[in-house]
Design a protein. Structure first.
Length: 155
């Protein structure tokens, strides 16, 4: 039965020779043996390349399901909402985007009603059922795409 691979030698083989000699030579842990280490390092490097070349890779198409995500442009914490946007995704690709709007002067109830209307519009456009957003992402208001915007005055 072959001797198992030494994890320390595997890590060492990835280092440049000069650095390996410093770490494992007389100034380091003292395991550097010039009679053996050059060949061993080469063996470990080739072994790693050979192993990765032998692994098969396959691609499996992910299920194509519809889902909606909501983007909230706001500062972290309990800060007011600056703007919001939404996207409808089919599988791994966005297929429909609501242009973001500013939320100045909108109450929480009006914002909730608006986001529900967006879900209904997505559902009607693509003849699907959407009951809620799959995820919500908070984005810094400095990335607000709406123009004109008080955070991005026109020059």
């Amino acid at each position: 039965m072959p001797k198992p691979l030494d994890p320390k030698c595997q890590l060492c083989s990835k280092l440049p020779t000069a650095k390996a000699k410093v770490l494992h030579g007389n100034e380091g842990d003292g395991c550097w043996n010039p009679e053996v280490c050059h060949n061993r390092r080469s063996f470990y490097r080739r072994r790693t390349l050979d192993d990765s070349a032998q692994i098969d890779a396959i691609t499996v198409e992910p299920p194509a399901t519809y889902f909606a995500v909501l983007y909230l442009y706001k500062e972290p914490g309990d800060k007011p909402l600056h703007a919001l946007g939404a996207e409808l995704w089919l599988g791994q690709k966005p297929i429909c985007r609501l242009q973001p709007i500013h939320c100045f002067g909108l109450t929480a109830g009006k914002i909730r009603a608006y986001t529900d209307m967006v879900l209904q519009a997505f559902a009607k456009q693509y003849a699907i059922s959407l009951y809620q957003y799959k995820d919500m992402f908070e984005v810094s208001p400095t990335h607000c795409p709406v123009r004109p915007c008080p955070l991005h005055p026109e020059s």
